[in-house]
Design a binder for this molecule. Structure first.
Ligand code: HAM
Length: 419
């Protein structure tokens, strides 16, 4: 009786060859776009102190309230698999004294994140993001550059039907006063609100803008809008971000109802959606978080950034077609005896040391089947190791020659150069 099968946990998936090469291509493009703009790669640990996210992302957010994979380690420390990358990058910024560097400090990452969400197409419990964070400047040009870079990445990945929604949340003070005004509006219309919105009036009234419930939506249409309450500085900052995006030819729609699921934002917020995705249309998003570094114990440091979901970019985009890895030399065995195997294995090592992409027969096939296997792999040359001699087959020319084993690698290299 065979043992029971074990499957990957719900909401996770395996990356197989074709997906893997699309990801490699995505990573290469992200690197080229971001590093050309002065972003440096950063990778933070997969798990962090739970406190980092409770404080950084905000204890009233869905992420912290119900989506974190948290656990206690053997030493009793409260740890959490990272649900997002901004708080960890800010933690690393403070920990490594990066505020002493010339500003802005620009960092990018490509990492996996974990959220205990209801799994469906485009929404996973382990997912991947490319993200970019610029720390140390509140210049509106940082916002516009950051958004323009995300827009370039989506364009280069062939993500179809992209919309950019943009808004400003103003300062925490403006937002605080506005929250009270909004709460009063919600309380005045409490009877028309969906239960989950009614429950959140006190701790997260802004979420009401996100509701799909028709009665709630009509209450929200007459709700006061934060954009109309911005103070002059924030209003001017937002106007400049918009002007710069127009200058950069990045199309956007101002959406005063835009709500982000993380608490650290202030001033600029934005989201990219793609109509090519189903219900999970958010392909990327971000904004400004000018108080986060300080909340995490660092010096006052403004920040701005975004993250795009890799699975969603691949779903809504045109993943690059992957060319299979070339096989320059396939080492075949006439017989599967020890002497032949050892000679073949020696030849394989020699070929690899010379830099050739080489593979060897490993499954005990007959010589005939080895040749068709090598053909299917697209091998350029096949060497057949026999007890008395070695035979080199040029698979393109269909010719073969008998030669000394130690001349094979040279012959392949020469043949390749002759091509
Ligand atoms: P976020 O909007 O929570 O922002 O996530 C960014 C992107 O990650 C989403 O637009 C989506 O494409 C992808 N994503 C999120 N959750 C899932 C999931 N469960 N499955 C698949 N994809 C998902 C942040 O995480 C912020 N840290 C972005 C940021 C950086 N803000 C400032 N700097």
């Amino acid at each position: 009786m065979s043992a029971p099968q074990i499957q990957a946990p719900r909401g996770t998936y395996d990356v197989l060859a074709q997906q893997a090469s699309a990801r490699v291509a995505l990573e290469a493009r992200a690197r080229s776009i971001l590093e050309s703009a002065g972003y440096e790669r950063i990778e933070t640990p997969t798990f962090e102190a739970t406190e980092l996210f409770a404080r950084g992302v905000g204890s009233s957010t869905d992420i912290v309230r119900k989506e974190m994979f948290s656990f206690e380690d053997a030493g009793g420390r409260a740890l959490t698999l990272r649900p997002e990358g901004t708080a960890p990058v800010c933690r690393a910024f403070v920990e490594h004294g990066m505020h002493k560097r010339s500003k802005p400090v620009k960092l990018w990452y490509l990492s996996s994140f974990f959220r205990h969400e209801r799994a469906q197409k485009g929404r996973y419990r382990q997912f991947w993001q490319v993200g970019a964070e610029a720390l140390g400047s509140d210049d509106p040009a940082v916002d516009a550059e950051s958004i323009a870079l995300a827009s370039s990445l989506l364009a280069e990945m062939g993500v179809r039907a992209v919309r950019l929604r943009l808004s400003s949340l103003g300062s925490p003070e403006t937002r605080g006063a506005y929250r009270e005004e909004l709460k009063a509006h919600l309380r005045a219309h409490e009877d028309s609100l969906a239960p989950e919105v009614r429950e959140r009036i006190e701790d997260n009234p802004l979420r009401a803008f996100d509701s799909a419930d028709p009665a709630t939506r009509s209450v929200m249409e007459s709700a006061p809008k934060l954009l109309d309450r911005l103070d002059p500085d924030d209003g001017a900052h937002f106007a400049e971000v918009r002007a710069l995006l127009t200058e950069a030819r990045v199309d956007y729609e101002v959406d005063p109802t835009l709500v982000r699921g993380l608490d650290y934002y202030m001033r600029t917020v934005f989201e990219f959606t793609s109509d090519a995705l189903g219900a999970q249309s958010g392909v990327g998003g971000g904004g400004r978080y000018d108080a986060l570094v300080q909340e995490l114990g660092g010096p006052p440091t403004p920040g701005m950034g975004w993250a795009c979901g890799i699975e969603r970019m691949l779903l809504a985009g045109e993943p690059p077609v992957a060319a299979p890895a070339p096989v320059e030399l396939f080492v075949a065995l006439e017989h599967h005896d020890e002497v032949t195997r050892r000679a073949a294995f020696g030849l394989l090592g020699e070929a690899r040391r010379a830099g050739l992409a080489a593979q060897m027969e490993l499954a005990g096939r007959s010589l005939k089947r080895q040749l068709s296997h090598a053909d299917a792999l697209g091998a350029r040359y096949v060497v057949i190791v026999e007890q008395q001699q070695t035979v080199l087959k040029d698979m393109q020319a269909g010719q073969q020659t008998s030669l000394a084993a130690d001349a094979v690698v040279h012959a392949v290299l020469r043949g390749q150069h002759a091509l």
